[in-house]
Every structure is written in structure tokens, then in C-alpha cells.
Design a protein around this ligand. Structure first.
Ligand code: 7PJ
Length: 386
């Protein structure tokens, strides 16, 4: 059967999975997906795990008492089935075919504790602060005012609680103009050098190998690539330098990506793509523990796609990598509430970041660092009691 609606959201139950878990055994392994569901946090997570009623996800702060299994249908679309952990664990014990093997692999990746990434322990959430180095509109690239302002902004975000600063010199908003490699380097390098010299953990937000090399030389530690190391030379550079990386999904390219994004089932299509990029990076010599995956909210996605991906965010734990989430001030918030000024999207940004945290995303990339750190601290404090 086809997609349930234009965004491709899967049916809760259809003719195939209506027969329950056993109907999975006959399906092709590559058609199957596993997402944690009904997530618990804090004291509730600990109690459910201790009672054998939930799995702890990625060695983090969330636990799943339920799993949502997705199966792609031969004619397109997908069906979903919600099962309890005890029911699923018993089924895995009884079944040993290819479908069960695939689900066992996904379950192992879902639960495996993550090693520290760029020195950050991933059993608690961290905030990545966004430092845009874009020249003011009255001067050309790499001007001093842009550099000084960006450094001061990075210092302020660090003081507000950012664990990592993401420095970028190329606007990737839909419709943005091209920037030369030289101009991009001239923008980011002095900012990275100054912030790294003060002891900040710095990532560079770029998709080009020469910018990556210059940024690492200036003291950046992490490569955050919205093209997931697909541009020439980037994968080899990442493997050779041992830099931790963030691999983001994008459909199309920034100039045109929002024109007509299309997916069969967005959350699953993005999973397949990220899983393939993780495998490619691993084949090039990067250990999985050095990677974060990011579904790329707003990068070639309509509102329905973004919401479907955010609702099923826990799916991406099954890549075996940590999750980075960027929702801050993005236009999907405006498509929900009509807000046109990105600076008036703090409420929506916090709601989406907190939901990402609830689903176990280890790092959130934000503009409003102080507000996000505060929101996370309050949500965590409440969860630890109950
Ligand atoms: C993202 C990013 C994101 C990662 C940008 C913006 C557009 N890198 N760079 N994830 N977004 N990893 O901040 O609105 O979502 S630039």
C-alpha cells in the first residue's frame, strides 16, 4: 500500500503487520527499522530498566519501554507496529532468520553505550553554540569587525554554557549566495584560532576539504559537515586527521533544496542515507565512536518531513552513532506558528530541543545557549525526582 498521507507518515497498522511480530520474519531485512518509543527519563527510566521492562538507549538518560518497528511496503510507504520490550525480547529469542538478525543488530546499536566524543561524555546532553562569521553588509569578506564580533559572540556563548562552539563562514540558508573557499577560510580561521587559544572546544561548520584543513590547523577539533563528507577529499581528510565528525543529511543543495523535497518515507529514507554514510566513513577508517549523525532539519525537507523525522528521532540511535540535532530558529517553526523573524522563534526552538533531549539526542546545536542550558537543567531536575 502507498504512503498514508502526502508526508509519507506510516500507517499504525496495515494488512501486513496486522498479524503482529511474526509477520516480520518473512520480510526482507533491509525493509525493517527499529525506533525506541514511549521514552522514559530520569527516575522512571531507571526503575523500568531495573524491572526488565525497558531498554536503556545508547547508554544515556532515556529508556524505551516500547519499540516502534517500521516495515517498508513493496509498493512504497511503510507500516508501523508498537511492541513492548518483553514481547520483543522473547520474539528475538525464538527467531533466528535474516529479519530477526537485522532487528537484533539494530537493537544492539540502539543500546550500546557511546564512547566520549571530542572529549564530551555522551551519557548526558551538551549544547553546541552557533558562531556565524558573516561579514556585515557594508564591507567585504573577512573584515575585522566581523571577526571581532564573532570572537566576542563565541566567548559569550561559552560563558553561557556551550560545551562546543560551531564556527561557520558559509551561509547555507535556502537561496544563499556562494562563497569562495578563500573567503570562507579568511572568515573562520581567525575566529577559530582565537577561541581555541582560550581553550574552547571548536567545531568547523563546512563542507569543503581545504576549509577543514585550515580550520584544524587553526585549532578546531571537530568537523561538522552538512554534506556528511561527500565532497572531494573530505572523507580522506577526516580519516587521516582523526577528527571527530558530525554527518548531516541534506536532500539536494542549499540553493534549491526547499523547492520540491520528496521522500518515500522521510524518517526511513534519512535513516538509510545516514546508515550508508556511517558505513562509508567506517570503511575509510573512522571508528563509529568518532561520528555523530544529524537528520538535517530544514535541509531539503517540507514541514511534514521535518515533523515526521523529529517524531521518530530515536530511530537514528540505531545507526550506532551519537545524535546531533539542529532545530534552532529554523523555518519549520515559522511554518507552524506563522513567525517570520527567526529571533522570534525561541519558544519553538526550546520545545524542539527539549523533545530532542527527551529522545536522547546527545548534542543540540543552538543560537540561544543560555536559554537552552536553563531549559535542559530544569527538565532534567524534574525528571530526576519522578
Ligand atoms: C545545521 C548545521 C544543522 C548541523 C546549519 C541553520 C543553518 N550543521 N549547520 N546541523 N544547520 N550539523 O543553523 O539554520 O541542523 S546552518
Amino acid at each position: 500500500m502507498g504512503p498514508a498521507d502526502p508526508a509519507g507518515r506510516p500507517e499504525q497498522r496495515g494488512p501486513v503487520l496486522g498479524r503482529g511480530l511474526d509477520s516480520f520474519g518473512a520480510l526482507a531485512p533491509s525493509a525493517l527499522y527499529l525506533a525506541p518509543h514511549g521514552l522514559l527519563g530520569g527516575a522512571a527510566a531507571a526503575a523500568a530498566v531495573a524491572a526488565g521492562l525497558a531498554w536503556r538507549i545508547a547508554g544515556g538518560w532515556t529508556a524505551a519501554p516500547l519499540l516502534k518497528l517500521f516495515a517498508r511496503m513493496p509498493m512504497g510507504g511503510a507500516e508501523a507496529l508498537v511492541v513492548s520490550i518483553p514481547e520483543f525480547a522473547a520474539w528475538l529469542d525464538r527467531n533466528h532468520g535474516p529479519a530477526a538478525g537485522r532487528l537484533r543488530l539494530l537493537a544492539d546499536r540502539l543500546c550500546a553505550p557511546r564512547p566520549a566524543w571530542a572529549g564530551l561524555a555522551l551519557d548526558r546532553p551538551h549544547v553546541m553554540g552557533i558562531v556565524n562569521v558573516t561579514p556585515d553588509s557594508f564591507s567585504d569578506g573577512g573584515d575585522h569587525a566581523g571577526t571581532a564580533a564573532a570572537i566576542a559572540h563565541g566567548q559569550a556563548l561559552r560563558a553561557a554554557g556551550a560545551a562546543i562552539l560551531d564556527v561557520g563562514g558559509e551561509s547555507t540558508r535556502p537561496g544563499a549566495a556562494d562563497v569562495s573557499v578563500e573567503a570562507e577560510i579568511a572568515r573562520v580561521v581567525p575566529v577559530i584560532r582565537a577561541l581555541a587559544a582560550e581553550g574552547a572546544l571548536v567545531s568547523v561548520d563546512t563542507r569543503r576539504a581545504p576549509v577543514m584543513a585550515a580550520a584544524l590547523e587553526a585549532g578546531a577539533v571537530v568537523l561538522n559537515d552538512i554534506e556528511a563528507l561527500t565532497q572531494p577529499g573530505t572523507l580522506a581528510l577526516a580519516a587521516a586527521t582523526e577528527a571527530p565528525v558530525a554527518l548531516m543529511h541534506m536532500q539536494g543543495e542549499p540553493r534549491t533544496m526547499q523547492a520540491d523535497p520528496r521522500y518515500d518515507v522521510a524518517a526511513l529514507d534519512v535513516f538509510d542515507w545516514l546508515e550508508a554514510r556511517v558505513a562509508a566513513a567506517e570503511a575509510a577508517g573512522l571508528p563509529r565512536g568518532r561520528m555523530l549523525v544529524d537528520p538535517g532539519i530544514g535541509f531539503g525537507k517540507a514541514l511534514g518531513h521535518n515533523l515526521e523525522i523529529l517524531a521518530a528521532l530515536g530511530l537514528y540511535h540505531a545507526t550506532g552513532a551519537g545524535i546531533l540535532l539542529g532545530v534552532s530558529r529554523k523555518s519549520f517553526i515559522g511554518r507552524i506558528d506563522g513567525s517570520t523573524d527567526p529571533k522570534r522563534r525561541l519558544g519553538g526552538s526550546l520545545a524542539a530541543a527539549l523533545d530532542g533531549w527527551r529522545q536522547g539526542a546527545q548534542i543540540v546545536r543552538v543560537h540561544d545557549v543560555a536559554e537552552t542550558v536553563q531549559a535542559l537543567a530544569v527538565a532534567q531536575a524534574i525528571g530526576e525526582i519522578g
